[in-house]
Design a protein around this ligand. Sequence first.
Ligand code: SER
Length: 349
Amino acid sequence: MNIKDLFINFFISKGHKQIPSAPVVPENDPSVLFNTAGMQPLIPYLMGEPHPYGTRLCDYQKCIRTNDLDAIGDTTHHTFFEMLGNWSLGDYFKDESISWSFEFLTEHLNIPVERLAVTVFAGNDLIPFDEVSYNKWLSLGIKKERIAKTVEDNFWIAGASGPCGPDTEIFYFRSNDEIPENFDPEDERWVEIWNNVFMQYFKDEAGNVTELPKKNVDTGMGVERVTAILESVNDNYKSSIWSDVIDLISNISNLPYEGNEESMRIIADHIRTAVFISADPAGIKPSNTDQGYILRRLIRRAIRHAKKLNIDINSNWEEQIARLLISKYKKYYSELDSNEVVVLEVLKN
Ligand code: SER
């Protein structure tokens, strides 16, 4: 079963309601060009507004982050990604949240406990050490050597201001090396897979931190990373999310993936993001400003790398890739199906 279905079914069994993925272009939030995390469309509800679906929510959300565009081409970065999330809006807090994350990872995804490590908030002048999360992880069987305490990396906020709070991040040891006894979050063999944010504060633009009326939980887990882990591949593009897209690019260019990884990853990544942006109900077209500029940049960069691979850019190469991506995702995102003609037209132009 697909990880998205497993995740949603699990949280429904814990009393959550599934909410639909919001569009990639935020509907009521001009502060960002794209949704960058599952929590973004939920900000009004995290701030206290009642959500029509209740106090326990889950979803998979389309996200776009273009701040590290230049990192695209490596094995793990993507401009578009899907984030799995569960939320408590003033309902459960740290205890259930951590227990369920642990249960889902170890019993439903069958990840061995020895491969897991976590970080918790160490505390600073304003906010104390997160002892509740620390003790909870210990009680579940995570050894103290595998629990790191940090300040900077264990406080989550979407931008400069907004709802925020201490978090606990879950890491997976993604390497064939022997697993070290002591967990070092800076050791790149440990990759972060899931973040549980305990959102209990609001930081205003002047930097003042106040308690939110209700304590919330906001979690996020990246579909691409977890899929790669479950399929035991060290390159996300070798997972089932991408392997057929890479095979198609290899076919179109008549070149092997090995030796041409960077260009093939950039083409695959950028075309996927361009497909999702142009299928969005906001009706974005390539332009000189805002989302349209990002879309134009992504398409241009994909073309540049297609040229590098000697792909005939006047052929229908991008249409073939887009069609494959649409067929893979339309079950989850119906707008890809209904806006297929628009997407193909944008790419062709
Ligand atoms: N908002 C948090 C994150 O993006 C958890 O979803 O990591």
